[in-house]
Design a protein around this ligand. Structure first.
Ligand SMILES: Nc1nc2c(c(=O)[nH]1)N[C@H]1C(S)=C(S)[C@@H](COP(=O)(O)O)O[C@H]1N2
Ligand SMILES: [Mo]
Length: 224
């Protein structure tokens, strides 16, 4: 086949794709009916409003962690506890994931690009024991928060070190924080230092101060 024919074929292919896309848009009423707003609204849990900035929430203390001193432990009821230095952590397979944040104080921030180590990868390495039913995250500022074991095993859960292609800033939990998009953001421990598997649930900092034990934004599990 000559180069010219190849070119025509390629353009034909691009045109076909464009036409298919426009046809699909026409079908869903895009650019015509205002229905494009629907998918955006569908992303918003009850009682939330969208923000474009990223508020900072903490206990009034933002630990400064020297990456050379940073350690992460995963232990408790697991077959193979681990302890990683920053070099060990960075040497693990990395994933990207885009997800929304929902804070109990009623702001939501869409489409955050996270990079880090998949929780599933960590789970496969440590092999939690059958009696391990909950997880407690421990952070460098003394914060703790708890989740059912299964909540940590979702595909969108990360031990994140980057946000939008840059290291997570200290005030947002860098060098490494948990990202658990399906629960309110207080479950996403910043400055994480230990992931502990336990048999009996152990409510964390906010959970013992009136926040809901589970925290599903779609069920508005805010308090109580
Ligand atoms: N270590 C630690 N993690 C934490 C907190 C904290 O005080 N310390 N606050 C939680 C709460 S209440 C919220 S809403 C989010 C805020 O994350 P952001 O400051 O990055 O928006 O972090 C959560 N994780
Ligand atoms: Mo919060």
């Amino acid at each position: 086949m000559s180069g010219k024919d190849e070119g025509v074929g390629l353009i034909g292919e691009i045109k076909r794709k464009l036409i298919e896309k426009k046809q699909a848009w026409a079908k869903e009423g895009r650019l015509l009916t205002g229905r494009t707003a629907e998918p955006e609204r569908a992303k918003l849990p009850p009682g939330q409003r969208v923000t474009r900035d990223w508020p900072v929430l903490d206990l009034g203390l933002q630990p400064t962690i020297d990456p050379a001193q940073w350690k992460l432990k995963v232990d408790g009821l697991v077959e193979a506890p681990l302890e990683w230095s920053m070099a060990d952590f960075k040497a693990q397979p990395q994933i990207d994931d885009v997800s929304d944040m929902h804070c109990v104080t009623a702001w939501s921030r869409y489409d955050n690009l996270w990079q880090g180590v998949a929780a599933k990868h960590v789970v496969a390495l440590v092999r939690p024991k059958p009696e391990a039913r909950f997880i407690v995250f421990h952070s460098y500022d003394g914060y703790t928060t708890n989740v059912p074991r299964a909540a940590f095993e979702d595909d969108d859960v990360l031990l994140a070190h980057s946000w939008e292609g840059k290291p997570i800033p200290r005030e947002h939990g860098g060098p490494v924080r948990i990202i658990l998009p399906k629960l309110y953001l207080w479950k996403s421990a910043k400055w994480v230092r230990r992931i502990e598997y336990v048999a009996a649930d152990r409510p964390g900092f906010w959970e013992v101060r009136g926040y809901h034990n589970h925290g599903d934004p779609w069920k508005e599990e805010r308090y109580g």
